[in-house]
Design a protein around this ligand. Structure first.
Ligand SMILES: [Zn+2]
Length: 239
């Protein structure tokens, strides 16, 4: 043990120096924010020529009426990104654990309490994002890599600001992701599905309408010769 401790003591300044040296060769940081890590990049569409689209499912309430959606995602192995709230998945963690174990779905970060990021300080945003990350790591053993700010009718598009991008990066998220098309059915009303294009990010929500919404989007994707792909894989090296 003494040797290990001494070695770590020698290593620490080297690691620190490497970390401090890195920003010199990186792109200039946003004004007024921490230089490292660089702020997360924001996307509402992925720039790719691959015939793919990305299906994302938000919030996580309503699993009791969504057994059909779970079956569909597992049978068709759809690589959805689930932007879940801790208070939602804690009501039914088994639903999500089954999905993660039997399909390529992944859980990503959607804040701790769904507050409007643009009204919060950078420190408060960091609490929301890092807090949600820690809860997810404990619940699913997998750290989120993408962050989606809370949207909703009363918040203002695009739902994030420069402090969000800095806070997201500090909490381990490479990208801030909104969406190209919100195709969620609310009550009796379904939005019309547009002609889908390569790299589109589709937003849906958990709930009793999800199976029908997934079937509509998957049919439209087939029609456009697009295959669902996993968002975190495409945003791994994007900037
Ligand atoms: Zn939401």
């Amino acid at each position: 043990m003494p040797n290990l401790r001494r070695n770590l003591a020698v290593l620490a300044p080297l690691l620190l120096a490497a970390g401090l040296a890195a920003p010199a060769s990186a792109a200039p940081a946003a004004t007024g924010s921490a230089a490292w890590p660089p702020p997360a990049t924001a996307f509402n569409h992925v720039d790719t020529d691959d015939p793919v689209l990305f299906i994302t499912i938000d919030d996580g309430w309503g699993t009791e009426d969504a057994a059909g959606a779970q079956r569909l995602l597992i049978e068709r192995r759809v690589p959805v990104s689930l932007f879940l709230l801790p208070d939602a998945y804690k009501r039914d963690p088994a639903y999500y654990r089954t999905l993660l174990a039997n399909s390529p779905a992944r859980v990503e970060n959607h804040t701790l309490t769904h507050r409007d990021m643009t009204t919060l300080s950078e420190a408060e945003q960091r609490q929301e994002i890092c807090g949600a990350r820690d809860r997810q790591l404990a619940a699913f053993g997998d750290s989120p890599q993408l962050f989606r700010p809370a949207g909703g009718a009363t918040y203002q598009w695009p739902y994030y600001n420069d402090a969000t991008r800095t806070a997201a990066a500090a909490c381990g998220a490479r990208s801030v992701v909104t969406w190209t098309h919100d195709l969620t059915t609310w009550g009796e009303w379904s939005p019309e599905v547009p002609e889908l294009k390569s790299g589109d990010i589709v937003l849906l929500h958990m709930g009793p309408q999800l199976e029908g919404d997934l079937r509509r989007v998957l049919a439209a994707a087939d029609e456009a010769n697009l295959t669902p792909a996993r968002l975190r894989d495409y945003l791994r090296n994007a900037s």
